[in-house]
Design a binder for this molecule. Structure first.
Ligand SMILES: [Zn+2]
Length: 156
């Protein structure tokens, strides 16, 4: 019977869900520790809901790519698409971004996929953004901004 075979299938699928390695988990914990408490709590809540969803968890494992960012690194990023090659990734110079404060009221998210690749899929980010905003109404998603969309970006 289909019903009877569902449990083992669900278990097999759960094993296919991408997982962070031990090192990646420690990096994630350190980055999460840089966030202001309200944003960190919203991320932890959204992540728990994502991991608890049998479909979402298979699509990818959300992780924090960056939380606090030094003003020097911010200036480097600002030069991308200006004096350096590549697309423009930010309109903020060193010291102007919420990422430059500690604790940081901003964090960026990407997804670890089952094949080990990293994804910044707009679809995945919009799904995660829904959970972030549901976790705390003070969370703003960069994908909702008019004009320049910063979909990996969340802030309070
Ligand atoms: Zn950001």
């Amino acid at each position: 019977m289909l019903r009877r075979s569902n449990a083992p299938v669900a278990k097999q699928l759960a094993r296919l869900a991408p997982q962070l390695s031990g090192v990646q988990q420690r990096i994630e914990a350190a980055r999460l520790g840089q966030a202001v408490p309200s944003l960190g709590a919203a991320y932890a809540h959204a992540l728990a809901r994502w991991a608890g969803d049998p479909v979402l968890r298979l699509l990818g494992r959300p992780f924090i790519t960056e939380c606090y960012r030094s003003p020097e690194r911010q200036d480097e990023l600002y030069e991308r698409g200006r004096s350096k090659p590549g697309p423009v990734v930010t309109y903020k110079r060193g010291g102007e971004s919420k990422h430059n404060r500690l604790p940081a009221p901003a964090l960026d998210v990407a997804f670890l996929l089952a094949d080990g690749e990293v994804s910044w899929s707009g679809l995945l980010l919009s799904k995660f953004a829904r959970l972030m905003k549901a976790a705390d109404a003070r969370v703003h998603w960069g994908g909702d901004w008019p004009g320049f969309k910063d979909r990996p970006h969340f802030e309070v």
